[in-house]
Write a protein that binds this ligand. Structure first.
Ligand SMILES: [Ca+2]
Ligand SMILES: [Ca+2]
Length: 500
């Protein structure tokens, strides 16, 4: 028992019976690396991905249709995303933006694991290493971090599954009844997407490594995404971006064979993750813990893989700005869907609220509990997104109701583009190059009929940029007297003194 005696005493005094077990819920937070919601049948009924565990989780829980990550000031979108998850803070208020210019100095005392350690939870984590928030990750009481992107049990997703099963086995043997927070992270489906031989065969894919050849076509491969393009109509603004030019098996190619093979690899990795979740949920059921456990399934951000002619995570189309988000647990009505308008930075205050733990003042996200209990449909009206990892100021997006604006101001003014979508009519964000031949199934920014809506969305974007301390302004915005931020410099560790 690690719980201090006085907490037991307080609980006992508050309880009608003198002996009281800790009935607070367990928390299982599942975070996959780089997954578009549209991989999953839950979000895309046309998908050929077999994911029975996620389907069942959705059928027994609540699916979020409007879950987003707020974006990134780095090509490694994972990194700000994971800082937002751990701190509940908005993108420009993170500890890793400009050395924490807008972040409390003691933030490491108020990161996810630290909060739950203080509250008497047992905390455990397994996940990938790198492009993350090491100081927050290390606060879990048990940490098994390793990057596992191989095609075997030892080198792939099963390794993360094994660590959780092992942890639960130990709890069972020790008869440990403290509530737990398990951060069940994966290293996949992030590239390199080396699937297991069985799952690759199922999706007709190979772990393609020969740049001199194309992967073979195979009818078992997933179909091209509905909004696939052979190329994006203008430059995304981040020259030599690894994800767009150097991912093994894809490189700069966007041809059908390459993209379908890569989607096959992605699905092989997705299904493996589904299998690992199944093992863990079955174990919780066998332990009698499942009914008192909240499960959140999500990804650190979405992913393009051929959609709009893009390959990576550095854009603000829905396939990449949105994340899958499914929650199951006590009091959540089975088989429900909700818009929510949530961010990943809402995860921390939500976990706190579900566990009855106070959120620290540093948290800027909102608890999703009102949505999960069915009391509310959304937690906010407006959503803001940024990609600022390449040339500045980069991309910005804002969404309200059915309407979404994306702006691109990159390559020293060479690209200044605006897109306006009505997502109710055009959920796939078709643009002219998709040739849908319909007035509504395209980008509406140039259509004079929507000039008023465009102006309204432009004003909304500016107000969000001001509200959230965005340090940049776009070509058609007032400069607000801002000085362009200096390049991000990592604080260097002092070199170790040489031994004499
Ligand atoms: Ca990622
Ligand atoms: Ca314990």
């Amino acid at each position: 028992m690690t719980r201090p005696f006085f907490i037991w005493l307080a609980l006992a005094m508050l309880s009608p019976c003198l002996l009281v077990a800790d009935e607070r819920p367990n928390l299982l937070f599942v975070l996959v690396d780089d997954q578009s919601p549209f991989d999953l049948k839950v979000y895309n009924p046309e998908s050929s991905l077999n994911s029975p565990t996620i389907d069942k989780l959705a059928a027994e829980g609540m699916v979020f249709d409007g879950a987003y990550h707020m974006g990134s000031f780095s090509g490694a979108v994972c990194t700000p995303s994971r800082h937002m998850i751990m701190t509940g803070r908005t993108v420009w208020h993170l500890p890793n933006w400009q050395n924490g210019k807008h972040c409390p100095d003691d933030i490491e005392e108020n990161v996810m694991a630290e909060i739950f350690n203080r509250a008497g939870y047992d905390t455990m984590r397994t996940c990938k290493k790198g492009n993350s928030y090491a100081a927050a990750n290390s606060k879990f009481q048990v940490v098994h971090d390793a990057t596992k992107r191989g095609g075997t049990a030892e080198s792939g997703s099963a390794w993360h599954g094994d660590r959780v099963i092992e942890y639960l086995d130990e709890r069972e043997s020790a008869k440990d009844e403290d509530p737990f927070l398990i951060y069940f992270g994966f290293s996949h489906p992030h590239d390199t997407r080396d699937g297991t031989p069985e799952l690759l065969a199922k999706y007709g894919a190979i772990n393609h490594t020969d740049k001199a050849a194309f992967p073979p076509a195979n009818s078992k491969q997933p179909a091209l995404p509905v909004n696939y393009l052979g190329e994006h109509p203008f430059h995304h603004g981040h020259p030599n971006l690894r994800d767009e030019v150097a991912v093994s098996g894809v490189w700069e190619r966007r041809d059908e064979q390459t993209i379908r093979n890569e989607l096959g690899r992605e699905f092989a990795c997705d299904e493996n993750i589904d299998q690992q979740m199944d093992r863990v949920l079955k174990k919780l059921e066998a332990m009698g813990e499942l009914d008192n456990t909240y499960i959140i399934y999500t990804a650190d951000h979405g992913m393009a893989i051929g959609r709009h002619g893009l390959q990576g995570k550095q854009n603000l189309y829905e396939h990449t700005w949105r994340v899958p988000f499914i929650v199951k647990g006590p009091g959540i009505k089975a088989g429900t869907r909700v818009q929510a308008n949530s961010y990943l930075l809402d995860v921390l205050p939500t976990l706190c609220d579900l566990a009855g733990v106070d959120s620290p003042a540093s948290v800027e996200g909102k608890s999703l509990k009102p949505v999960l209990t069915g009391a509310e449909e959304t937690v906010r009206d407006t959503l803001f997104g940024v990609y600022c990892g390449g040339t500045k100021p980069g991309m910005r997006a804002v969404k309200k109701g059915d309407w979404k604006l994306i702006k691109y101001d990159v390559l020293d003014g060479e690209v200044q583009e605006t897109q306006l979508f009505n997502l109710a009519e055009n959920p796939n964000e078709f643009i002219a190059e998709h040739g849908q031949g319909s007035a509504s199934l395209t980008d509406l920014a140039e259509n004079p009929e929507y000039a008023e809506k465009l102006a309204e969305m432009e004003a909304l974007l500016l107000s969000e940029m001001r509200r959230l301390d965005d340090p940049y302004r776009l070509w058609n915005q007032p400069d607000d007297g801002l000085e362009p931020p200096k390049a991000q410099v990592k604080r260097k560790k002092k070199p170790a003194k040489k031994a004499k």
